[in-house]
Design a protein around this ligand. Structure first.
Ligand code: DGY
Length: 323
């Protein structure tokens, strides 16, 4: 009998077919996220789990998964997985660091320009037939990235790659990182200082209990009038209700790829605001990056199914190694 592997998302058949030679594959084929009860049922006798951000892997999901040898997520972030519960159960968790760094940094800079130069707003304006007067000296004015001071919150690989791109624009760069770090062209400052001094604040830190709502109500309130918040990390890094208030008053603008609740509810107040650029969590969405993420996730899955250490493990302490 082949070991059983559960896949929580609808992947192309050319990715799933080779797995079927080795494993008894059960794949969730619907576009909606897999319900927790269904996942619990499928995991009762499964050894492998291939998942993604849309399916929370909670302690109660893991409680009944007694034969599970590996969890492999097609993401670098693991905040959708109860890592402590997985480690306590002796289950290694694989993720996909490295391969999505450039795509995500590109998108962060793209959002900075789209927000400060009002690109999405201008596009909407044209499509609604409002361009009736030809060139106007004061039409849709924005601000220059080259003249901005940009604050990078979290200087891991994606934050650093964003800095590398920003150097080419000639803007000032402030940085904050959990552990001290020296990076060429970056003035390291405290978090409060960063929020208060920047024209653009860009979030690149992982979501943990310590970074939850790191862009708090008071830090948002301390930002300069006319400043922009960019988030390509996780929605819960921001006090979203406070951000909506700042945007509604017109004091701040924002470029957001991630949200507290995904998908964004159809009646969410952000959808009615013009001074925010909204993207549906597509930071890593290029053909080559998504392929590289899947490849890395399959390497983790296969290693775990064979009882070998995962090449990209998010909880190395499960092997008695330090994280
Ligand atoms: C990740 O991998 O964590 C991104 O948010 C999705 O690509």
């Amino acid at each position: 009998m082949k070991p059983k592997c559960v896949i929580t998302l609808d992947l192309p058949e050319d990715i799933v077919a080779p797995l079927k030679g080795h494993y008894d594959v059960m794949a969730w084929a619907k576009a909606d996220a897999m319900p927790e009860a269904q996942l619990q049922e499928w995991l009762v006798d499964a050894q492998g789990l291939l998942c993604a951000l849309s399916t929370p892997i909670t302690a109660s999901v893991l409680a009944g998964a007694e034969q599970l040898k590996v969890i492999s997520t097609i993401s670098v972030g693991v905040d959708h997985i109860d890592l402590a519960a997985a480690t306590a159960a002796g289950i290694p968790v694989g993720h996909t660091p490295g391969v999505l760094v450039d795509s995500t940094a590109d998108l962060a800079v793209g959002l900075m320009i789209a927000t400060t130069r009002r690109i999405a707003e201008a596009d909407r304006w044209m499509r609604t037939g409002q361009w009736s007067k030809g060139w106007q000296s004061d039409l849709l004015l924005g601000s220059d990235l080259s003249q901005a001071t940009v604050g990078i919150v979290g200087l891991g690989p994606i934050g650093e790659a964003t800095v590398k791109r920003l150097r080419g624009f000639g803007c000032g760069i402030l940085g904050w990182n959990r552990t001290p770090k020296a990076i060429e062209g970056v003035e390291m400052v405290g978090l409060d200082d960063l929020f208060a001094r920047c024209d653009i604040v860009s979030l690149h830190t992982a979501l943990t209990p310590e970074t939850f709502q790191i862009a708090s109500r008071s830090r948002l309130a301390s930002m300069r009038a006319g400043a922009a918040l960019i988030n390509t990390g996780r929605g819960a890094l921001v006090d979203e209700a406070a951000l909506v208030e700042e945007l509604s008053s017109g004091r701040l603008s924002a470029g957001l790829d991630v949200f507290e609740a995904e998908p964004l509810p159809a009646d969410h107040p952000l959808l009615s605001l013009d001074n925010v650029v909204l993207l549906p969590h597509v930071g890593s969405a290029t053909f080559s990056t998504r392929m590289a993420m899947v490849t890395r996730a399959l390497e983790n899955l296969q290693a775990g199914m064979s009882g070998e250490p995962l090449p990209f493990c998010a909880n190395p302490e499960v092997y008695g190694l330090s994280a």
